[in-house]
Design a protein. Structure first.
Length: 695
């Protein structure tokens, strides 16, 4: 008689919720995926995507065996091979390149898994050992991360569980229903208890539609709105002077900077009504300062995906300290909790393996230029090999035509570790089968709550799939790399992941954590506000309105509005490309993950472009018709969705579709640029101008 067993797992995907999962296994098969009821952030509930995780694991299109390319790059034609053949060839090719110039070998990875073991552990050690190029992993969050570091000292913020107790919540650039479900449940509870919800977003997302007010801001202009709010707070003395004096640096300069950002001036930049800006700033200040109510801001990474993205995050992050919102547990700001976790990168990645070498750095957000030796990479060593794991650059990287052209180079040796034959996999010389989260051990560092998450292997690897770590362990042996740390087990890596000398991770023992599945960090919880008495992890211990680090570097220490490259209302490109385009996450996808899960793709429908009725009317476009959206970088064909949920002058392309599953083999990144943000070297996906015509 079969006996079911429950295995603790953790959602590995690039989502702040990082849910605790219970996998029911019968006769070696995962028959049920459920949220762990005892895990406070998860509360027994999973999103629609992860509820379908077993469908992804047992998908008939899983890559289960090593595959060798037999057609041209991009055709996606492969033949089955053995692991021995694959490892022998890969080791020989990489050894030859490394002997000549290891800088010509480039790793490409990101958050296909958020696991610290299957992410950058043995992989990082391997690339350090051979001296390969470093990858600057900027594609999602580096501008916002840099902004938080310069303002708060690290990626820290309020406890997501406290949002249920806030009385005013600003949802700034976040569609929490789609991308932060468990925070949204807290926000709903706050709303039932009388809280006011305000969405600030260029389009009426599912979340914005459920808020009391929605301010449809022009993409890339969030800093101007935040500075206008600061202007009103200073003008009307809606300030916590004691908190400012005791726990901040640079108030006088910030107040002076905000002087010119009157609501009327900011209205011209943001496309909002001046009266709405006045209302928002006054409500925020009155509730926090006069009424002593908890006011909370949940920001997300959308606002940092324009030229001035880091400055925008810095400006918004200044608001809670101005009004003393940090005094209350349900007040403050949350973009990321990453900085609370003392990840031991040195122990995981072993930089001493570089042995004094200083490899060149390749920014993953401009991989197209790097592969083609263009612009900043014109004089760089040509890329001769790329190892892709935990990412799908041909679909997700900006200016996609260049990316595809680079990966199509026959003289670039390409290895892809994957679950499925993605857009990138079609260009691989070797396509290798990787395990999913149900098939390997890992430990996950969330960025939306304060619980370390462990993950057990619930089932045996499908087919001949291997964990990323095992591939790099075996490749190291084939290349004659005998450093003992290149053979550390996954369990050893999981223990090494956190600095247990740090007070936040005291008590972390992986073998103990895996028994329950999670452990809360040793940081303030419940009715304790993390920064009620200051103590920010900056060098000064204060919230830095004026960054001492930027000042020391000779840069402007204060946040300011940095106009977008393209999407500003006064953009010189507007005559040719009158519409701004954003490509926020589709509700049923997560980046490019889950796009090939049929049930989820059926719910999402087809690649669509949302247009305001007036913009559609000017172009003779009807709802449901096929349209072509284009600029000088490329084009894409989509189905028009004519709706007032799109702001006039802004079109919305829910993303990221696999190219091969789109009508014309293209996605929104045909149109985005490789231009980078003001700080953090991040991409500017939402700083894009286009035109639309009937297809």
């Amino acid at each position: 008689m079969s006996t079911d067993r429950i295995v603790h797992a953790a959602c590995p995907h690039d989502c702040p919720d990082s849910c605790a999962i219970e996998v029911t296994v019968r006769d070696g098969v995962a028959i049920k995926i459920a949220g762990a009821a005892a895990h406070p952030p998860t509360g027994g509930v999973l999103c629609a995507k992860v509820n379908k995780y077993a469908e992804r694991v047992y998908h008939p299109d899983r890559v289960l065996y090593p595959m060798r390319r037999v057609g041209k790059k991009g055709e996606g034609r492969f033949e089955r091979a053995t692991w021995d053949e694959a490892l022998t060839d890969i080791a020989a090719r990489l050894s030859d390149i490394a002997a000549r110039d290891p800088n010509r070998i480039v790793p490409y990875s990101y958050a296909g898994t958020m696991g610290l073991v299957q992410g950058e552990s043995i992989a990082a050690r391997f690339f350090n050992r051979i001296g390969a190029s470093r990858l600057d992993r900027t594609i999602c969050a580096s501008a916002g991360a840099e902004a938080l570091r310069l303002t708060f000292g690290a990626g820290v913020g309020m406890d997501m569980e406290q949002f249920a107790n806030a009385k005013l919540i600003l949802l700034w650039g976040t569609n929490a229903i789609a991308s932060n479900l468990h925070l949204w449940t807290r926000v709903q509870q706050a709303k039932r208890d009388g809280a006011t919800l305000v969405a600030i977003d260029p389009y009426a997302s599912d979340t914005a539609q459920k808020c009391h007010r929605h301010l449809a801001i022009q993409p890339g202009t969030d800093a101007a709105l935040a500075l206008a709010m600061i202007h009103v707070l200073v003008r009307d003395d809606l300030l916590d002077h004691d908190y400012i004096a005791q726990h901040t640096i640079g108030f006088d300069g910030l107040a002076e900077r905000a002087q010119k950002y009157t609501p009327a001036y900011a209205a011209e930049i943001t496309g909002l009504d001046a009266a709405d800006i006045e209302w928002l700033a006054t409500l925020y200040g009155e509730m926090a300062v006069r009424q002593q109510q908890p006011v909370a801001i949940r920001a997300n990474y959308g606002m940092q995906r324009a030229r001035g993205g880091a400055n925008a995050v810095r400006a918004v992050a200044c608001l809670p300290a101005l009004v003393g919102a940090w005094r209350r547990p349900a007040g403050g700001f949350l973009l990321s909790t990453s900085g609370w976790f003392p990840v031991d990168r040195v122990a995981l990645e072993r930089p001493e393996l570089l042995a004094g070498r200083t490899p060149r750095t390749v920014n993953m957000s401009v991989i197209g230029d790097a592969m083609l030796n263009l612009n900043d990479y014109a004089d760089a060593p040509p890329v001769e090999a790329v190892i892709v794991y935990n990412s799908n650059p041909v679909a997700v990287a900006p200016e996609s035509a260049k990316v595809a052209q680079g990966f199509a180079r026959e003289d670039v040796f390409t290895v892809v570790l994957e679950h499925f034959q993605t857009d990138t996999a079609d260009y691989a010389d070797w396509l290798l089968p990787a395990t999913t989260q149900l098939e390997h051990v890992d430990v996950v560092k969330p960025y939306g709550h304060a619980y370390i998450m462990s993950n057990e292997a619930a089932i045996a690897p499908m087919g001949e799939c291997k964990p990323n770590t095992q591939f790099f362990r075996e490749l190291a042996v084939r290349m004659g790399l005998d450093d003992a740390c290149l053979q550390d087990s996954d369990e050893v890596l999981a223990q090494q992941a956190f600095n247990t000398r740090h007070p936040h991770a005291q008590g972390y023992v992986f073998e103990d954590v895996r028994k329950q599945g999670w452990m809360r960090l040793n940081i303030p919880a419940g009715d304790v506000a993390p920064f009620a008495n200051g103590g920010f992890p900056t060098a000064s211990g204060r919230c830095e309105f004026a960054s001492t680090e930027l000042a020391a570097r000779g840069q402007d220490p204060l946040p300011d509005y940095v106009p977008p490259y393209e999407s500003g209302l006064d953009s010189p490109l507007a005559a040719r490309f009158p519409l701004s385009m954003i490509s926020p996450p589709a509700r049923n996808f997560l980046n490019s993950t889950f796009v090939n899960v049929t049930s989820l793709r059926n719910i999402e429908g087809v690649p669509a472009l949302w247009l305001h009725p007036e913009d559609a009317g000017l172009r003779g476009i009807e709802d449901g018709s096929q349209v072509r959206v284009f600029n000088d970088r490329g084009s894409q064909q989509l189905q028009a969705r004519v709706t007032a949920r799109a702001r006039r002058g802004v079109v919305v392309a829910p993303s990221i579709w696999w190219k091969k599953l789109s009508p014309d083999g293209r996605n929104a990144n045909e149109l985005t640029s490789q231009a980078l943000t003001d700080l953090g070297r991040a991409p500017t996906f939402y700083d894009t101008r286009v035109e639309v015509e009937a297809a």
